[in-house]
Write a protein that binds this ligand. Sequence first.
Ligand code: UD1
Length: 336
Amino acid sequence: MATLVTGGAGYIGSHTVAALHDAGRDVVILDDFSNAARRAVDAIRSLTRPDLPLVEGDGGDPATLEAVFGGHRIESVVHFAARKSVAESVADPLGYYRSNLGSVVALAAAAIDRGVPRLVFSSSATVYGSASALPVTEDSPTVPENPYGETKLMGERILADAAAASEMSVILLRYFNPVGAHPSGLIGEDPSGEPANLVPRIMQVATGRSDRLEVFGADYSSVDGTAVRDYVHVMDLAEGHVAALDAGIAPARSRTYNLGTGSGTTVLQVLAAAAEVIGSPIPYEMAERRPGDVEASWADCTRAREELGWQARRDLTQMLADHWNFVRRHPDGYRH
Ligand code: UD1
């Protein structure tokens, strides 16, 4: 019996495959490589097993789902595969709704048809929008501010409704800001195109691809005026999925969990920690606030600790050291 990981060649997906393997689970990867590298699968196989099964295709496609569920004995599903660029979702909302929600509906239907008892969904703290009260709990208001965030919230609702009308249980995991890489340096984040996220941007400066980082906003009300986020190690997130698959949630129920560290860090604090880890300063300049950015966001992770027995264990230095280790070994991402 295996766990199906859709988007298993992607950033969080690949680390989750490694963590599931370490926890003794068999895994089948489903990926269409629209935003992931085939070489990521080679790297995952070298970390896990050389014959780790891969089905190539889209989770929204019935023939692909038939190949997965017909060809493998699937006991649980972890669904990552989705488009994830905020800017792209604003430019192409229908493409995002079709792709991200079409795959949720098709996959949930296939899983329920086959009597799969558990599905874990990759959601995001982006569903909270500009949270009014911090830390953010699972009961904080959800007000997504772009189509990408809407697809995550709608995906959650679709799955909760589907669970309620079936014997399947669903766990919705809302990630804060993932950073880091597997300690081996064999798998990590390989953004396609120009990265937009903070740590990949810092790495571009560290490798000389950019001369400086723009710090978006110096007039927020934090200790140093820069925005605050809850950065969490991707291996901690990966282990959160293992805990979610093991959680005692009854059939037909769904439950939401924040996955973060529970503490906030400013952009300048991340920069200082990165300079320390990399061993050289990261040139930067202050810039305007980035449209759509929230001032501060960090998680209350009490529920995950109490109910899943999960807690982030790795600190910011570890996140940056592991991220840097992957980037140093793969300056051109998986192409190298
Ligand atoms: C962003 C997305 C969010 C998505 C998440 C995935 C937006 C508005 N939000 O979150 O939906 O789930 O990525 O990881 O795009 N920063 C700089 N300079 C840079 C890049 C970032 O100062 O070159 C700052 C940002 O202003 C922000 C912080 O660093 O304050 C973190 O930014 P980022 O890594 O892009 O994550 P989020 O904006 O939190």
